[in-house]
Design a protein around this ligand. Structure first.
Ligand code: IYR
Length: 222
């Protein structure tokens, strides 16, 4: 059994109660403006911004602190074009019937189809891979714990970071996503969970007129 880590003091900053509420409200107002965008501009976004947002994602809690994520950040036009091709191939089958009537019915209101031009228009694609298992220092296979939970939290932080930095995102999930292992050069223990499209919205971009559930619909207090 490895020994527990040495400990260090927690860098905790206590805030006045009124400041806490004000900060929570300001952050809610900021996040309330986040929308999933499907019309992207080709305007470039500096790599530094993407690197910083990925470092924020990497602050997420994870099972046994295994940090079981790999973020593949793509701005190369030829690679984005291959991803678009692969995604549209899967999506054609999906919309032609593989999804089934119930699923297609559930997303009909979004107006999506098998055309994914944003995949080679937006300046960045971030493919988020979950490491289903890992390797120890000796190369022996080791189990990872709470992988989808950990990678999901990291992705949430990534989306929040990019949004607050002034960028738009789209959580895109062509199904299945195995074609991304090949294009991104990732090993078999990694599974692509989300393809995040990142950039500026196109001029005049519109989004569906949908609303968010209100507090009583999403929470109970006991
Ligand atoms: N992956 C497809 C279908 C799709 C599925 C759901 I659930 C959505 O919320 C949106 C789309 C596509 O991207 O078109």
């Amino acid at each position: 059994m490895p020994k527990p880590h040495a400990t260090i003091p927690l860098a905790f900053v206590e805030l006045p109660a009124a400041t806490m509420q004000a900060k929570a409200e300001a952050f809610h107002a900021l996040m309330q403006r986040r929308r999933t965008v499907r019309d992207f501009s080709d305007r470039p976004v500096p790599r530094d911004l993407i690197e910083t947002a990925v470092m924020t994602a990497g602050t997420a809690p994870s099972g046994a602190n295994q940090q079981p994520w790999t973020f593949v950040c793509i701005s190369t036009q030829a690679i984005k074009a291959r991803i678009r091709e692969g995604a549209e191939e899967e999506e054609r089958a999906f919309y032609a019937g593989r999804a089934g009537e119930e699923w297609l019915g559930a997303l009909a209101h979004l107006g999506t189809d098998d055309q994914k031009p944003f995949l080679d228009i937006a300046p960045w694609l971030i493919v988020i891979f979950a490491q289903r298992w890992g390797h120890d220092a000796k190369g022996k296979k080791i189990k990872h714990y709470y992988v989808p939970e950990s990678v999901g939290i990291a992705t949430g932080l990534l989306i929040a970071s990019l949004h607050q930095a002034g960028l738009a995102t789209l959580t895109h999930t062509p199904a299945p996503m195995n074609f991304l292992n090949d294009i991104c050069g990732r090993p078999d223990n990694e599974k692509a969970l989300i393809l995040l499209v990142v950039g500026y919205p196109a001029d005049g971009a519109t989004v569906p007129a949908i609303t968010r559930k209100r507090l009583p619909e999403i929470a109970t207090f006991l």
